[in-house]
Design a protein around this ligand. Sequence first.
Ligand SMILES: O=C(O)CCC(=O)C(=O)O
Length: 272
Amino acid sequence: MREKYQVSIEQRRFFGQNGYLRVADLINEEELAELDRHSMDLACNKIDLSHVDAQHQTDGTTPQEMEDKYFRFIQFHKHLEIHERFLLHARVLDVLEVLIGPDVMAMQSMLFLKPPGQPGQAYHQDSHYIKTAPDTLCGAWIAIDDADEENGCMGFIPGSNHEPIYKDIEQPENTEDFKEGLTEVQGVDNDREILGSAKAGEVVFFHGHLLHRSRRNESKDRFRRAYVCHYANARAYTEWGGGNAEQILVRGRTHLPYTKPKFIDFEPDPVE
Ligand SMILES: O=C(O)CCC(=O)C(=O)O
């Protein structure tokens, strides 16, 4: 029988107070190696995406051009089995079950490659974009590479999970560091920021209200890859992404409509 990951009281308390939690030992070495291989294959156009809609098709570009085009691979769990499998990762779900469950739905997946030179995302709160009622959004960010200040790890404002969703949002002025076209919460006191560095294979959970950002990858030759998925309590109402009927029930039960995984035969309420 699978050994369930046990979240400690200290971890639960830390997440409640600070809005983020770094957890090691959820992703094993084999899984990390698979994510490593897969994300490089994707960057190098080695994955057949001909079944994906036209805007996501490869066209023989270089990895750098490919990455500029695919700043992030969003919702590829709808197209590729491996993305769905990591969205449903049992030990990641064990943590989410405690943080936002017991009933959990998977809503979004994004693979970031972030090669040298690529800008990051300015301060934002994920619940601004993905609305759930009650507001229960949580990200799970799997580091594929070691992420640190040099290659553009995330920065968090600890405790901002207790703050509201800010309405004062503009395009970032500093497009050297931050991707154009994405929005930025104004007036954040970045003296409060702490670095969200992580070792490859660690998972960083972050609350939907947590103010966070990531800067440009300043390294010469290091990618900063991460697979990040967003989840919410499965009994929360959402109109995001086609509504509840489009979200995957990954733990427990719900009175609301939901969908099932596409590739994997999966039981949301496993017998332990
Ligand atoms: O990985 C990053 O650089 C940013 C991730 C992020 O901001 C998010 O998932 O909301």
